[in-house]
Write a protein that binds this ligand. Structure first.
Ligand code: NAP
Ligand code: MG
Length: 406
């Protein structure tokens, strides 16, 4: 390679908190900047800066992703009351991911990074399972009542026209609990489009499941919307790409996933996605190997690691101790974003470089050099457990050799 790779359009770079902020800088210094004339528009989403700007920095970053199309984000603290006192915050700011998601209106796709020397717990899994989680509504924005005496529960919808639909839920003899959930056609439509587009882009089958046999109106609406959109816009492109769309029931799909070989995108309603993404991440190995990308229905992308800021390691780091924090998912957030930027701008060197970096990162682990989280899962003999920095140095050596053609 002669000079550094040039970029046309900046990436929206969103810095974060704690240990991942430390790792973020190391990745840039060791694996990106030596090879790429990196162009980014930088947003500091670290908690201090969010507090200082009354969180406007998060919204600005989200709008920048809308403008440029591709962003890469470091993990950030979602404050709770303990963080409010730890950082002396003006208020308990909302989750940055939630804010960005609501501005981009996207779907989150989570994909594990596979390495040969760490076997998934499920023997038959050979390819990654990508979870697509609908990140709006259902139980996450449900309205709940605890009835503390006998009484009648009724659900009412009052239309803008004044028309009323009323249904009795139950006559309680004693106390009980009630929950009302909702979703919107437009959010389900966005979810469907994001899933179909991502399946085409990845050339992978799309599976979707609900419980429409029991939930004959609510879940059935999800099924109908997916089917209508698929038939109208995606049936032919799917056929051309030789991929399938498969709809079934949620209990049927879990059984199929466990006995299958993986390799599909599994679209999940909000709650199913919450639960299944942790199950799939753990079953493939480590949370530190789970990548995440938010894809908006109009084709904007935000890449990040699925894990948090690894607070326990950060406190060790502050005491001057070295930590064996795994940088893989954060590296893959960078490579995902660089690849996408390269594809959009037609810079094939950028795409090639991102692929080389991914191969060398996987290669380092497959050579037996890995952080503690993985070493504890690896059954092969002769592995070397390394600190975060040493792991990145090993990757860097491999990238340099690869580019020299060694
Ligand atoms: P976490 O940061 O994901 O860490 C939980 C545990 O998982 C760690 O203590 C560590 O286990 C292991 N782990 C996670 N990532 C690892 C890595 N890269 N390398 C090695 N081990 C790793 O979750 P958390 O402790 O619940 O949350 C910490 C903060 O992150 C919170 O403030 C939360 O708000 C935030 N968070 C942000 C995001 C996001 O920005 N997307 C997502 C989730 C959480 P051991 O301690 O056993 O080594
Ligand atoms: Mg969860």
């Amino acid at each position: 390679m002669t000079g550094k790779i040039q970029m046309k359009t900046p990436l929206v770079e969103m810095d974060g908190d704690e240990m991942t902020r430390v790792i973020w800088k190391m990745i840039k210094d060791k694996l990106i900047i030596p090879f790429i004339d990196l162009k980014t528009e930088y947003y500091d989403l670290g908690l201090e800066k969010r507090d200082e700007t009354d969180d406007s920095i998060t919204r600005e970053a989200a709008f920048a992703i809308k403008k440029y199309g591709v962003g890469v984000k470091c993990a950030t603290i979602t404050p709770n009351s303990q963080r409010v006192s730890e950082y002396n915050l003006k208020q308990m700011w909302k989750s940055p991911n939630g804010t960005i998601r609501s501005i981009l209106d996207g779907t989150v796709f989570r994909e594990p990074i596979l390495v040969k020397n760490i076997k998934p717990y499920v023997r038959t899994w050979e390819e990654p399972i990508i979870i697509a989680r609908h990140a709006y509504g259902d139980v996450y924005s449900a309205v709940e009542i605890q009835a503390d005496e006998p009484g009648t529960a009724v659900m009412t919808f009052t239309g803008a026209s004044g028309r009323k639909i009323e249904k009795k839920i139950i006559d309680f003899d004693g106390g009980g609990v009630l929950q009302a959930m909702h979703n919107t056609d437009s959010s389900i439509e966005s979810f469907a489009h994001s899933c179909f587009r991502y399946a085409l882009e990845k050339k992978k089958d799309l599976w979707f499941a609900t419980k429409d046999t029991i939930s004959k109106t609510y879940d059935h609406r999800f099924k109908d919307i997916f089917m209508e959109i698929w038939e109208k816009e995606y049936m032919i492109p799917f056929k051309e790409a030789k991929i399938e769309f498969f709809y079934t029931l949620i209990d049927d799909v879990v059984a199929r996933v466990i006995s299958g070989r993986g390799g599909m995108i599994w679209a999940c309603k909000n709650y199913d996605g919450d639960v299944m993404s942790d199950l799939v991440a753990r079953a493939f190995g480590s949370l530190a190997m789970m990548t995440s990308v938010l894809v908006s229905p109009d084709g904007h992308y935000e890449y990040e690691a699925a894990h948090g800021t690894v607070t326990r390691h950060y406190y060790k780091h502050l005491k001057g101790e070295k930590t064996s924090t795994n940088a893989m998912a954060t590296i893959f957030a960078w490579t995902g974003a660089l690849k996408k930027r390269g594809e959009i701008d037609g810079i094939h060197e950028l795409v090639d470089f991102a692929e080389t970096l991914e191969k060398c990162s996987i290669g380092t682990i497959e050579d037996g050099i890995m952080t503690g989280d993985l070493a504890s899962l690896c059954e092969e003999e002769g592995t070397r457990t390394v600190f975060a920095e040493e792991f990145l140095d090993e990757i860097s050596i491999r990238v340099k050799n690869q580019l020299k053609g060694l």
